[in-house]
Design a protein around this ligand. Sequence first.
Ligand code: 26W
Length: 772
Amino acid sequence: MSYNVNTIIANTEALLKLRHDETLISTTPQRLHDCLGTAVMMAINENWTASKKRRESNRKAYYFSAEYLMGRLVYSNLFNLGILDQVKAALAQKGVNLAELEDIEDAALGNGGLGRLAACFLDSAVTCGIPLSGYGLRYRFGLFKQSFDERGSQKEEADDWTRYGDPWSYRRDKHAVKVKFADQTVIAVPYDMPIIGYNTDNIGTLRLWQCEPERELDFDAFNAQDYARALAEKNKAEDITRVLYPNDSTYEGKQLRIKQQYVLCSASLQDILRVYRSTHGSDLSGLSRFVAVQLNDTHPAMSIPELIRLLMADGMEFEQAFQVAKNTFSYTNHTVMSEALEKWNLDLLASVVPEIVEIIKKIDARCRADHPELFIIKDHQAHMANLSVYVSTAVNGVAEIHSEILKRDLFKDWYAVYPKRFQNKTNGITPRRWLGLCNPELTKLLEQYVSPGFLTRLDWLQVLKPLVDSEIVEQFNQVKRAKKEQLCQVIAKREGVELNPDFVFDVQVKRLHEYKRQLMNALSIMDIYLSLKDGSLTDFTPTVFVFGAKSAPGYQRAKAIIRYINQVAKRINNDPDVADRMKVVFVQNYNCSYAEHIIPAADISEQISPAGTEASGTGNMKFMLNGAVTLGTLDGANVEIVEQAGKENNYIFGATVEELESIRDTYDPMAIYNADAHIRRAVDTLVDGTVPTDDELKELHHALLHGASWHKADHYYTLKDFASYQAARLQANRDYRDRQAFGRKCLMNVASAGKFSSDRTIRQYAEEIWHV
Ligand code: 26W
């Protein structure tokens, strides 16, 4: 089990010499990363092979996901192997600082929560010894890199994440498969990434497919000197996995997206059938006894008709193939937002994968025959969520409240027919990356009170609860202060903004979306600013407001919100009147690695979506585990967070799901605006010149003031929740001054975070859905 650090360093040096004629000292961070990564891959190779062997003939689960937000792998792999500190020390001795690898790009093959959840699940499954493999797509370009221009507008740049090599995966040509479309046939080539568990010899696999042409070059065209045509087939194949769609929670009916999804489904299923046949023989009727496939949202839902197609091509009747598929698949829903639900126009679908459409029609006919009130196809569109509910063993939401909403609203008719199919699996996060790695200082403190090993038994943290006294709180506050100092350095370097670590750190980091209400946060900051200016707010604890968020490139309202927040930051940060009391910073290119710096430094975690809109949230759990209080609504996993940690240790505000449902058709924001001078003053800064305005900000202003009945409206109840938000926020801000009492709240959150380990989540999937 123990890995020899000296060998890894020696191999790193040998590789640097061989490949680049360089040494540890003379090389670049990129080359050091590439060679160190390769040396680690050499070290784990035998264990990886042995892990695969051990699992060969057993029942296994497979996670199908269009996204894996793995983040930077070098530190987490070394950490999980238990050699991060040793490698750091060995390199330091040779004059190299491992922190140089902060320059290495994240593997950002995901947008946000859904992709990061997939990455946490892989870590947990391997660590817990659960046989789970991942299948996904190896996008040439991951999520775009973000920067802000002088006006504060988001600019996007391609994320060429493999430019300096990708030491963490092996190409496996021998397992390449063909995938056929109406207009082209491509080769899907697998790249395997080892999933290195924590404190275990067990190594899992994430297999990512990359599209390539059947032939690299059309020689006839080449000889005819038609070079564009000679390369056309290659480009057309490579286009399929060229780029991750940067949309989070908005559906786009794009042909290329169908192709991506179909490659994931078809290649992965072909691979699973190959392995099945090699161990269990050619009769596929017993497939579901050995294979469980989890569909991460509907993005891989074409797997259902594709498996049926493959089974029928093998000679199976439709009805039996349907049963095998039904017993093989399970489906996780990650959103109730209607704009995110995938519906494919049948003509579009047929222009890409005609056989799949025929099978979906058969499934629809079977469904309607049994249950006239249910459907898969409607208005010439295939509803992928319905398909996934109909042909699966289990359907789950990702937090209790979300799973209830699925049964009550989104899948009401389905729940009536299949009540037993519906489950809940509250999300989790891996404590290795989100505590051990990103916050070694807090981990060390906790080790003094909780038995070592709690990173794999996170529920042990609860032994802290009766122990929380003034001494522990004092130590905790010192750790928090150290993490703030570290973050201040990172932000000074990257954003050029100087922050004071004595301030309260109030943080909202997540994708930019109207429903996440970053705008409500910004309006509240504006209200605080103006109240400090006019002298009406006197007892304000100095605060840094931190934002981090990417907007989908075509989502204009979200981009306008980014611009507004950047303008608010500029205005406030340049006003000497408030310099000793507030700062606002919107960090650029928020990603996994940035999160690892930001989250441990937070005092207040902003989780402010209107109740019923955020399926779960997982950032909320990361903040909790690192000792921040939640300023949030009763939405998603916030509900369970306060259930675990106590309302008295968090700041809960806003309308409940039931309240919002009851005012859905009568919500009148204009009345609220007219009745509340603070709201009026804050909202009007969108248009009154307090910050530079524009047409989009005017549109936002307009939307905020109009109720749900109008199409250009704010459907997210910003003004409805504003007053209670502001009250809760100012309460937290005052409470902070009692450093003992506030630190105690933070620690009670840490002590209560056990439930939110993805180890717990993945065990529930394994026991209650996959039966592995
Ligand atoms: C088709 C476009 C599209 C792309 C992504 C639609 C939907 C998505 C995802 C479902 C968006 C997503 O990441 N959802 C988040 O999933 C997390 C993990 O379960 C939850 O914690 C978040 O609440 C949810 O927004």
